[in-house]
Design a protein around this ligand. Structure first.
Ligand SMILES: *Cc1c(COP(=O)(O)O)cnc(C)c1O
Length: 240
């Protein structure tokens, strides 16, 4: 199958999952994850209408963004991987949205650099709702039931909301690898419940976005309210 055919198939699955959940398919944005794939493959995805592209490393993204400069229509670039603070400046210049804001110090660095380049950078807070040590993100292992972690999270959210260079738009998570995709659903539910609670407490932000779901589990994520699914392998095949 070509990249275009795979994108069409993924879009059809997204639409099915949305309808099954009583949602409109256009409530879910497909972010095609282009990491490790060369600009020529990325151009195929763009030609097939995938205009939201996800990368997990600043340097790799910078090369690709430069390689695709001038392509019309212009893609929107999403940073989905862990960001080191010393790359916050480049990230604030390059990306249309950062999904992986995983500490207050990173949020502060991004805000400062975004202000320097005259922008307000759309951002999501990455939350670790599983407690796996391998996962980045603000800690909320166990979800809202983890009262101590929730109480520790609130001041960090408040300080992030006050940063003038960031436009906080929601939350992001990576679910654990599970045997059956439905097994990931409780983790996505935790992220949605946290978003709903934060939206209630902090109505000054809009909180519309939930970035959750990848190749193996995006249907389960859509059932729990995902608005941004980050799909790599189903579009481009296994990474080398
Ligand atoms: C690589 C990656 C994806 C895409 O994963 P696939 O399994 O290839 O769909 C999604 N989110 C993050 C954070 C990633 O690093």
């Amino acid at each position: 199958m070509s990249v275009a055919e795979r994108i069409a198939a993924v879009r059809a699955e997204i639409a099915d999952a949305a309808r099954a959940a009583g949602r409109r398919p256009d409530e879910v944005t497909l972010v095609a994850v282009t990491k490790t794939h060369p600009p020529a493959r990325v151009a195929e995805a763009l030609a097939a209408g995938a205009l939201d592209l996800g990368e997990n490393r600043v340097q790799e993204a910078a090369a690709k963004i430069a390689g695709l400069a001038g392509v019309q229509p212009r893609p929107r670039w999403h940073l989905i991987g862990h960001l080191q603070r010393n790359k916050a400046r480049s990230a604030a210049e390059l990306f249309d949205m950062v999904h992986s804001v995983d500490s207050l110090r990173l949020a502060e660095a991004l805000s400062r650099h975004a202000q320097e380049v005259g922008r307000r950078l759309p951002a999501l807070l990455q939350v670790n709702v599983s407690g796996e040590a391998s996962k980045e993100g603000f800690d909320l292992a166990g979800g809202l039931a983890n009262r101590a972690a929730f109480d520790a999270l609130l001041p960090e959210v408040e300080r992030t909301l006050a940063l003038p260079g960031l436009e906080l738009r929601g939350l992001m998570t990576v679910a654990p690898i599970v045997e059956h995709p439905a097994g990931a659903r409780p983790y996505f539910a935790r992220l949605r419940e946290l978003r709903d609670e934060l939206a209630r407490r902090y109505p000054q932000a809009a909180w519309p976005e939930l970035s959750m779901g990848m190749t193996d589990d995006f249907a389960a994520a859509i059932a729990e309210g995902s608005t941004l699914v980050r799909v790599g392998r189903a579009i481009f095949g296994e990474r080398g």
